[in-house]
Design a protein around this ligand. Structure first.
Ligand code: UD1
Length: 428
């Protein structure tokens, strides 16, 4: 087991380059099974969620070959298995994208109920209703979700709730379905558009991704492609809040500034200087942070995956901020950890009232989930001392080379081995 050891109180300066988007990668890599050919995917982030997807693909019979550190060739011609077992699916939510992709490839799929970050109940009813609309029969037995169809046929489906995962999954299943599929109330996140662009580059005919109505004209045959994944909106946003929190002047490179608008505008309202260039963004923070109210919403609203980092920032802002979680039922569990570091935050259901303090104080804390882990690092960088963060496996699910990237900005963070608690017990 490992932990991060962070020494705070240093302003950050320099440049950091953003990797390929996790949430696009975890949709695009399963999507390669729709084709019986080779796909070359560039800008693939080196994160543990991606490593698991490669294991799942290889377990099905695909050949995965790295051409360089971020470019991978996936040959799906010999896939002979339409099952994703519990041993692999348990580690990540996006393993359920193999349901849509395998349904599209061979009209059947069997995927273990997914794992992933715990934000309260994470239902999949909209995925299932979407598959059923396409003519699939779906059952859940012994922890496996099974979907099967004689033939998938396009139809009209209105999501009852805006869901990234359901939009991705139903899109994947509909690509080769007969006729036209119309998805209404679809999610509009940048990774939905990226997935549609990837599928279109394989010969799919998807129109309207990025709006709330997506039209998918079914095609019979897809072909291999060469595609580069978009930069990670949330990784970029995280370095923005980290720079804003620690203070200093940081250039964040390889970003799409349009994807960051909701984050930039809240940071500017909080007294941070944000300068946009074509494919980079500069964050400068010298003065006192000011309180702002934030409500998370589906895209183009403020992303829920930036809520812990923004809350951690507002802990250091002068005045009272209200943070409202508009997507998940239970995404403030990490606040207890921030309180251990001196934050003054009261949570009532989906609302957090943040009373600014002048600084965080070091304390041993843990990463409750991926983005909460990033918020802990951010808070630790704003203490006058040394903070140890445990459960860092969550952070490594989604942030490529975070130690190297932060160290490159002048931060003092390192990863150290922890003694095995079982050995300690037996010795004692
Ligand atoms: C994705 C992201 C996650 C992000 C979330 C919201 C990936 C791999 N993960 O998760 O990081 O926090 O979008 O931006 O891209 N819901 C239902 N029924 C369903 C599906 C969802 O009621 O069938 C509800 C959920 O409980 C939640 C809301 O819809 O309240 C949004 O969930 P969804 O957009 O599906 O999140 P994920 O795709 O799981």
């Amino acid at each position: 087991m490992e932990k991060y050891v962070v020494s705070g109180n240093k302003k950050l300066y320099g440049e950091v380059t953003i990797s390929g988007a996790k949430n696009a990668a975890v949709a695009i890599l399963p999507a390669t099974v729709l084709v019986k050919d080779k796909c070359i995917i560039e800008n693939v982030p080196a994160i543990s969620d991606v490593t698991i997807l490669f294991k799942i693909l290889e377990g099905m019979g695909a050949k995965v070959r790295f051409l360089n550190a971020s470019t991978v060739e996936i040959d799906t011609r010999e896939i002979n298995e339409a099952v994703v077992p519990y041993e692999l699916a348990r580690y990540m939510r996006a393993s359920y994208y193999f349901l849509g992709a395998l349904l599209g490839r061979c009209n059947e799929a069997s995927v273990s109920m997914p794992g992933g970050c715990d934000f309260g109940v994470r239902p999949i009813d909209q995925h299932i209703k979407g598959f059923e609309m396409l003519g699939a029969k779906v059952s859940i037995e012994k922890g496996m979700i099974n979907a099967k169809a004689e033939e998938l046929e396009g139809g009209h489906f209105q999501f009852e709730k805006v869901s990234v995962g359901a939009t991705v999954n139903v899109m994947l299943a509909a690509v080769k379905a007969r006729g036209l599929t119309v998805l209404e109330n679809a999610a509009k996140e940048p990774h939905i558009v990226d997935l549609a662009n990837f599928l279109n580059s394989m010969g799919a005919d998807i129109r309207g991704a990025g709006t709330d109505t997506i039209k998918i004209y079914g095609v019979d045959i897809l072909h291999g492609t060469n595609y580069s994944i978009i930069p990670d909106q949330i990784e970029a946003g995280t370095y923005m809040t980290i720079a804003a929190s620690a203070g200093g002047n940081v250039l964040i490179k390889n970003v799409i500034p349009k994807h960051l608008e909701s984050i930039s505008s809240k940071l500017m309202a909080a007294g941070v200087e944000v300068i946009e260039y074509d494919d980079s963004i500069r964050v400068i923070r010298e003065g006192q942070l000011k309180a702002v109210n934030v409500k998370t919403m589906p895209h183009p609203g403020f992303p829920t995956d930036m809520q812990p980092q923004m809350t951690a920032l507002l802990c250091l802002a002068e005045g009272t901020s209200i943070v409202t979680e508009g997507v998940w039922d239970n995404r403030f569990r990490y606040v207890d950890e921030l309180r251990r570091m001196g934050a003054n935050v009261q949570v009532d259901g989906k609302i957090a009232v943040v009373q600014g303090v002048s600084a965080f104080t070091p304390a041993p804390v843990k990463a409750c989930d991926l983005r909460a882990g990033a918020a802990m690092i951010q808070a630790a960088l704003s203490t006058d001392g040394v903070t140890e963060i445990e459960d860092i496996q969550y952070v490594e699910r989604g942030y490529e080379n975070i130690i190297e990237k932060l160290t490159g900005l002048g931060a003092n963070i390192r990863k150290v081995e922890m003694p095995d608690p079982n050995l300690l017990t037996s010795a004692g």
